[in-house]
Design a protein around this ligand. Structure first.
Ligand code: ADP
Ligand code: UDP
Length: 238
């Protein structure tokens, strides 16, 4: 796999071209950011863990017929994916109330929702990823009604699959963010990553936070939490 030119450097990953126009190489970085990158840190080992975790989860989603970009884990920090045009809408699914939902609406923390809440955010760092409705996405042509219906259907399937997957590992999937894209043939597929950077995970027994909230809230032992998630995921396939 030839590492071509860098197309983009984001907060957590770098994207490189390869000899195949339809394939990108992702490098997972050790940077951690929160609050729209106002808080930043470097954490040795994070890139390796997120690459392992996200690769394994995407493989599981492939086995469960979720169309997605993942191709292959190449080495510690790299994986190949199908290149897509990203839909500029971030899809957040919540099973339990916490985070910005509680801040924004003043609702109680830790409430189990009777059904999953799916929210849309406009993917735009300069604007701080504002929350939007379906109509914003359709009217401003970030997506279409048909595509949003498909996105919501896939998102709810992913939520159901991953909630069960993590429950077996003694973990509650509290909430998470997904990104979608269109491949060269126009197919809508799941892209980006699924990791403790993009999900909230709580230990079922102790309620301990095992995700980026440890960094956001200065709870300490951030890497230990990511290691614990990987330990449980890897124990599943033993
Ligand atoms: P950010 O842009 O939020 O700082 P990252 O550091 O994770 O995020 O950078 C990765 C970028 O690559 C994101 O903008 C994401 O939307 C984009 N991306 C993810 N998967 C693909 C893909 N298969 N093809 C093209 N772009 C992708
Ligand atoms: N999330 C994310 N990227 C973002 C915003 C949110 O991965 O740009 C994830 C976050 O990790 C959490 C869920 O989406 O699992 C809901 O996040 P929330 O809206 O509560 O915002 P946050 O507290 O992350 O700012």
């Amino acid at each position: 796999m030839e590492k071509g030119k860098m197309l983009y450097e984001g907060k957590a990953k770098k994207m490189f071209t390869t000899e195949d126009d339809n394939v990108l190489l992702i490098e997972y970085k050790n940077s951690l950011t929160a609050f729209n990158a106002q808080k930043k840190a470097e954490m040795e080992g994070k890139g390796v863990l997120n690459n392992l975790i996200s690769s394994t989860i995407f493989k599981f989603l492939t086995e469960n017929q979720i169309p997605n970009h993942f191709l292959e884990k190449i080495d510690d920090n790299h994986q190949t994916v199908r290149r897509v045009e990203i839909v500029p809408v971030e899809v957040v699914t919540r099973n339990i109330t916490t985070g910005t939902l509680c801040k924004r609406l003043g609702v109680e923390e830790g409430m189990k929702l009777p059904y999953p809440l799916v929210e849309l955010y406009f993917k735009n760092d300069e604007l701080g990823d504002p929350i939007i409705t379906e109509d914003h996405a359709i009217l401003f042509k970030w997506s279409s009604k048909e595509e949003l219906d498909q996105i919501k259907e896939i998102t709810l399937k992913v939520n159901s699959l991953l909630s069960d997957y993590f429950k077996e590992l003694g973990i509650i999937l509290v909430d998470f963010k997904l990104e979608f894209g269109r491949d060269s043939e126009g197919n809508l597929i799941l892209a980006d990553e699924v990791s403790p950077d993009t999900c909230r995970f709580w230990d079922i027994k102790s309620g301990e936070k095992l995700d980026k909230d440890r960094f956001r809230k200065d709870l300490g032992n951030v890497l230990g939490a990511y290691e614990e998630i990987w330990k449980r995921i890897s124990s599943r396939d033993e």
